[in-house]
Write a protein that binds this ligand. Structure first.
Ligand code: ADP
Ligand code: MG
Length: 711
């Protein structure tokens, strides 16, 4: 029976006992927090005072690393890591594939007397040479050198990755070519952090503020994901090969009852989440919130925000911990942006802000209109988003995310800003020539006297906006759950650096005694010219598409439409001006992204055709055969009753079998996304129609109603 695997999955889940050992036994969180990371606290213990101070300066102020301290840092790191059971180290990096990469070396060095010494030099810490010729590079290295180099990033702490039999010291690194071109996601992020800090400092100094350390961009990345039982996963070659279901009809009950969001977390899932949190806390990743999401089987985890470079690394680690912990618990963690049709997909909400010496520049304070500095940064961001919407969009584009953006659950592909009514009122006053008052936030009475009165958040919630102001930060919601959010922050930092630099240029021309009037005029002009990107309405409404077009806002729906914007003259000029990307680097990224997109779509086509031919058609034909034989028997017996239903069923199945055969041929012949995407949609309709009529006992792949509800 073809459905054996599926049926046995259900019966095993029904009787399974999922008690798993907690990762830390009964150890208390406070004692084990950060034990597996070479944090500032740990450094203090393992390094001499001078070396510690010098390293801290690099971390805090972004000053260049003093190469002379590398040997001592390496030694301290090694002692600490060996104390934590590590025998190996690896330069951990983020190539353009979008995931992470590592190649392990052990500390051992034979002493040629039959023993070993454990060795880790400053040079090995600072620079690595993975044989990296197979990483995507978009043509950059073909013209130079095959080797790539990894370079230690001291601003993101080293950490320990464990397996059952050992541990590995992981050193966050940037990855670049022999001639210094970036081949990864981290290098441009580090450059963009510098760029925005530089321009923000210019503006701050015009306001008379001297910054002690750098201006930092911070990130809190909320990560959405699905969990399904591993046994179901193994019945689905489409999930295994592409991360999403290419077939499957939406069950009668999906998310329409709205009973999953924030619902009580099932014990098996909570066990998993607790295990994840403990793993993350050992790595000093401050996992903070966990909850059920909108779709059945969908969940979210969010850490407390951190400086963006470290936060991006942490997010990559969170994704890895989610995957490996899920495996231990008999789950598979799906981080594809749209694993299931008909229910919500998953995103990565990119909460971003700028701060200096502990002051959040996006914090409006009690009277936002008084807060000139806040309004200056707000105006810079409004202008940045209006001037470069296609770049923001490009940072959230992928074959997977194309299924999500604009699907009436995620923000639309049109980039706009949501400010909320109070701030909107303030910017309208600026536009008219000066802010007089700010709308009172007021008190929100939630109607139960025993509960305290909550001060009403002055920014209303709007889940339909791709870029929403949420009180003291912006939340960029378009990023896909599977994406590395470095890209989004590279764009946010760089476009903001650009508009801050324009504001600084203007302000520098204003004489000190005319500062207020000068600033007022600059902000007024920005709001006048760029408020068209502000939209406080419902982003899911079809009217918005029309209205956005009238306003001249781009609506780039798919990756092939988006990617060329990376390499326009406008984009090259911007990124070169701030030292974030060279033209060659942008071109290489464009090539890599395009290639990844085409390959992903092609894989979907091949596996869909294979499933249709080798799994669905045989089952459909089996079923067809059973009906035909029944019909013959009825005829032989001369029984009329029932034969009408059999004939009608036989025709239905027969037609679908014919159609499916043709569609598999079409899919096989399709070679580019233009032909593959519609062919995939067509073949899905037929398979889903067969799923609805073929004997349930025969169906070979786990159904939606099983994957999403049985765990
Ligand atoms: P929600 O948007 O779901 O209400 P929260 O208010 O809890 O979520 O915040 C979501 C994320 O934003 C968390 O990771 C949080 O740490 C982060 N965050 C809060 N303040 C800032 C900030 N100033 N900069 C960047 N991220 C922030
Ligand atoms: Mg949020």
């Amino acid at each position: 029976m073809s459905s054996e695997l599926r049926q046995s999955a259900i019966s095993t889940i029904a009787t399974a006992n999922y008690d798993t050992e907690p990762a830390l036994g009964s150890d208390s969180t406070i004692d084990t927090y950060g034990v597996d990371t070479f944090s500032i606290r740990t450094m203090r213990k393992y390094l001499s005072k001078d070396v510690y101070k010098s390293l801290l300066k690099t971390i805090r102020s972004g000053t260049a690393l003093d190469a002379a301290i590398a040997d001592e840092v390496a030694n301290g790191m090694k002692s600490w890591a060996m104390g934590r059971g590590a025998s190996h180290y690896t330069h951990w990096f983020q190539p353009l594939t979008g995931s992470t990469a590592e190649k392990h070396d052990s500390f051992i060095e034979p002493d040629y007397e039959g023993g070993v010494v454990m060795n880790f030099s400053g040079k090995a810490l600072i620079q690595g040479e993975p044989d990296a010729s197979s990483f995507p590079n978009g043509g950059i290295r073909a013209t130079f050198e095959a080797r790539g180099y990894t370079a230690w990033d001291p601003t993101s702490p080293a950490f320990i990755k464990r397996d059952k039999n050992g541990a590995t010291l992981c050193i966050p690194t940037a990855f670049c070519s022999y001639t210094g071109e970036a081949l990864d996601k981290k290098t441009p992020l580090l450059r963009s952090i510098q760029a925005v800090s530089k321009q923000a400092k210019r503006v701050l100094s015009l306001f008379g503020k001297e910054v002690q350390n750098k201006v930092t961009a911070s990130l809190g990345a909320e990560q959405e994901y699905f969990l399904i039982d591993k046994k179901f996963y193994l019945t689905r070659p489409d999930l295994i090969q592409t991360g999403r279901t290419l077939f499957g009809s939406v069950p009668a009950k999906h998310q329409q009852m709205e009973d999953h969001y924030f619902g009580a977390i099932r014990p098996r899932v909570l066990d998993f989440m607790s295990d994840v949190d403990r793993e993350l806390w050992k790595l000093a990743i401050p996992a903070k919130t966990r909850h059920n999401e909108v779709a059945p089987g969908q969940f979210e985890i969010a850490p407390q925000f951190d400086e963006v470079n470290a936060a991006v690394d942490q997010n990559m680690m969170i994704m890895e911990v989610l995957r490996t912990t899920a495996d231990r618990h008999g789950f598979v963690c799906l981080m594809h942006e749209k694993p299931f049709a008909g229910v919500n997909g998953s995103g990565k909400h990119n909460n971003w802000s700028l701060s200096y010496d502990g002051n959040n520049l996006l914090e409006p304070g009690k009277n936002p209109h008084d807060n000139a500095l806040f309004l200056t940064f707000l105006s810079a961001i409004i202008k940045a988003v209006d001037c470069y919407p296609e770049l923001l969009r490009s940072a959230a584009t992928s074959a997977g995310n194309d299924h999500r953006l604009g699907a009436n659950e995620a923000p639309p592909a049109i980039i706009s800003i949501y400010l909320g009514s109070q701030l909107n009122d303030v910017i309208e006053q600026i536009e008219r020539g000066g802010a007089e008052s700010s709308k009172e936030g007021g008190i929100m009475n939630i109607g139960a006297d025993i509960l305290p009165k909550l001060p009403k958040d002055t920014t209303d919630r709007n889940r339909t906006s791709p870029f929403a102001f949420t009180g003291n930060k912006f939340e960029f919601r378009a990023v896909g759950s599977n994406q590395n959010c470095a890209d989004a922050n590279v764009v946010l930092n760089t476009i903001t650096a650009q508009t801050l630099s324009e504001i600084a240029d203007e302000l520098e021309k204003v004489s000190a005694d005319k500062f207020d009037e000068g600033l007022q005029a600059i902000l007024q002009k920005i709001i006048k010219d760029h408020k068209k990107v502000v939209f406080n309405g419902d982003g899911y409404n079809e009217d918005w598409v029309v209205e956005a077009e009238r306003r001249g806002l781009p609506n780039l729906r798919t990756t092939p439409e988006v990617l060329p914007h990376l390499v326009t003259e406008k984009s090259i000029k911007l990124f070169e001006a701030h030292g974030v990307f060279t033209k060659a680097e942008l071109e290489s990224r464009f090539e890599v992204e395009k290639e990844i997109y085409e390959k992903k779509i092609e894989i979907e086509a091949r596996i869909a055709a294979e499933i249709a031919r080798t799994m669905i058609l045989p089952v459909a034909m089996d079923y067809q055969g059973t009906i035909a034989n029944n019909l013959i028997t009825l005829n032989d017996l001369g029984v009329k009753a029932g034969s009408k239903a059999l004939i009608s069923e036989l025709e239905k199945v027969g037609n679908l079998v014919d159609t499916l055969t043709e569609q598999a041929d079409t899919l096989d012949a399709a070679e580019t996304h233009e032909t593959i995407i519609p062919a995939l949609a067509d073949i899905r309709v037929t398979v889903d129609a067969l799923e609805a009529i073929v004997d349930n006992d025969l169906w070979p792949m786990a159904k939606y109603r099983e994957m999403l509800f049985i765990y």
